[in-house]
Design a protein around this ligand. Structure first.
Ligand code: SF4
Ligand code: SF4
Length: 478
């Protein structure tokens, strides 16, 4: 029995040291100096404990009464900790309902004309649309005029990095032609290829689901989920005009399709690591382009199967994608107002295809985000414009959630000339998905106590206000 207990204790200590070593390697890979320092200290402590254990063993200490008591107490304490941190705690019933779980009152469909980008791009001063919009939203006119004078939501692109960021500003503009050129009606609402016109390829919903998900992943999506569309998440009126289609401005957007295939692409960890500097806006644009490229092909694929489909990407949205993604099981809504995925945290961009092709919806995911965000608040602490609430969720348009102050956030974008992304960079869920971080996410997703322990550890290892990391060499800006 004693030999068995000693074997278990030895194995636990060796496993701990190995995890400590892999965490140190992970911190070095992340190029996090502070975290690497603390990880090295932690590993040293684990190795000392291991050496001490073998030393005591070699002296025969564990054959004495005190040694046996220490061994038993040590194992019991470890077992208790493991139980507290690993068991699955009660699920969050709200998260299990998806975006519906946020609803506490009457929800009005969003009007796309009110979105800041639509106001900026589609309202030409002096036009009929301009007059009509500000007659009903007079409180926004002065703010929007100031923003337009500054050059739109991003102001002077790359301003934060001055002349040394000029090459990155050029890189950020490079992908923008892709969503734009993929936003014409023929690509957004594709018809079947002439060779397939008038035909429908019959298959079960199971098979169609497997095929469209596989297609999206093969085309470059990193996560894909399916939901039955809640009409509340379809914009009520068209507000974005990209092809002089002014007749569409303010037109009601019908809810035509039953399903949405929602997908996410991972934003590169190193590029986001430099936020709010220019590499992060290159990465945002890169992922919007990827989203457009995948959504366009996926919509065409579904059209070729014989069903109507609409591509939703940066230059054409029928739907508000975050609640659709929550319903499709890709993650939960975080304090910072983005989708939080288990795989990459908020470090993703979304796009989607809506369709009437019969599909099998995914179930919403409960990954512990709401509870974690309630105690974490790191994004709110680090937000330079205090746009993320520190307080609890409030009711906004019939939904209980954390409400980002978009105006102050966009003001900050306009000042620095990038889309900032500091909140995304500092979020503990955004770490590179190395083995130790995958293990931690697994634990915090299932266990409340783990969330409290790892939130504290994130502050200790990475700091309460982590600094931007170095960008990859090619996207340098200093
Ligand atoms: S930083 Fe913390 S509070 Fe903010 S979204 Fe991430 S987990 Fe939630
Ligand atoms: S993008 Fe920047 S300014 Fe906007 S909420 Fe996030 S941290 Fe704040």
């Amino acid at each position: 029995m004693l030999t068995f207990l000693l074997l278990i204790a030895g194995l636990i200590l060796v496993a701990q040291a190995l995890i400590g070593l892999s965490f140190l390697i992970s911190c070095l890979q992340e190029k996090e100096r502070r975290a690497s320092f603390f990880a090295a200290l932690q590993l040293l402590a684990m190795l000392l404990l291991l050496v001490f254990f073998f030393h005591l063993h070699s002296t025969g200490f564990f054959r004495t009464g005190a040694g046996i008591a220490l061994l038993v107490v040590g194992l019991v304490v470890f077992g208790a900790f493991a139980f507290v941190l690993l068991r699955r705690t009660l699920p969050n019933p709200k998260a299990l309902q998806g975006a519906k779980g946020l609803i506490v009152g009457e929800v009005k469909r969003f009007d796309e004309r009110e979105i800041v980008f639509a106001r900026n791009r589609s309202l030409r001063p002096g036009s009929e649309e301009y007059k009509a919009f500000y007659a009903s939203h007079p409180e926004l006119e002065a703010y929007d005029t100031k923003r337009r004078e500054r050059g739109g939501p991003l102001g002077q692109l790359g301003a934060i990095d001055g002349q040394s960021g000029a090459a990155n500003a050029a890189a950020a503009l490079a992908p923008t032609s892709i969503p734009q050129s993929l936003s014409g009606p023929a690509l957004v609402f594709p018809e079947a290829h002439p060779a397939l016109k008038g035909k429908r390829i019959e298959m079960t919903a199971d098979e169609a689901t497997r095929r469209v998900k596989g297609f999206a992943l093969n085309a470059g999506a990193d996560l894909v989920g399916i939901t039955e569309i809640n009409p509340l998440w379809i914009y009520s009126q068209r507000g974005e005009i990209f092809h002089d289609n002014w007749q569409d401005w303010g037109k009601e957007i019908p809810v035509e399709h039953k399903f949405a295939i929602v997908f996410a692409t991972e934003m590169n960890f190193e590029m986001v690591g430099a936020a709010p500097h220019t590499p992060t806006v290159i990465e945002s644009m890169n992922n919007y382009a990827k989203g457009a490229y995948i959504a366009t092909q996926l919509a065409a694929y579904v059209a070729n199967l014989g069903y109507p489909a609409t591509a939703n990407h940066l230059r054409h949205y029928d739907a508000v994608l975050v609640p659709l993604a929550v319903d499709a099981g890709l993650g939960e809504l975080g304090r910072l107002g983005y989708l939080m995925t288990k795989e990459f945290g908020p470090r993703v961009r979304l796009a989607a295809v809506t369709t009437s092709l019969p599909l099998v919806p995914d179930k919403p995911a409960d990954i512990g985000v709401e509870d974690f965000c309630r105690i974490c608040k790191k994004c709110a602490t680090c937000c330079p414009s205090q746009s993320i609430p520190m307080a609890d969720q409030t009711v906004v348009n019939g939904t209980l959630r954390w409400k980002l102050n978009e105006q102050t956030c966009f003001d900050y974008w306009g000042k620095i000339g990038t889309d900032c992304n500091i909140c995304m960079r500092v979020c503990p869920w955004s770490h590179a998905r190395t083995f130790p971080h995958k293990l931690i996410v697994e634990m915090v997703s299932r266990n409340k106590s783990s969330r409290r322990v790892f939130r504290l550890m994130d502050d200790v290892f990475y700091g309460r206000k982590p600094k931007p990391r170095q960008a990859p060499l090619w996207a340098g800006f200093m």
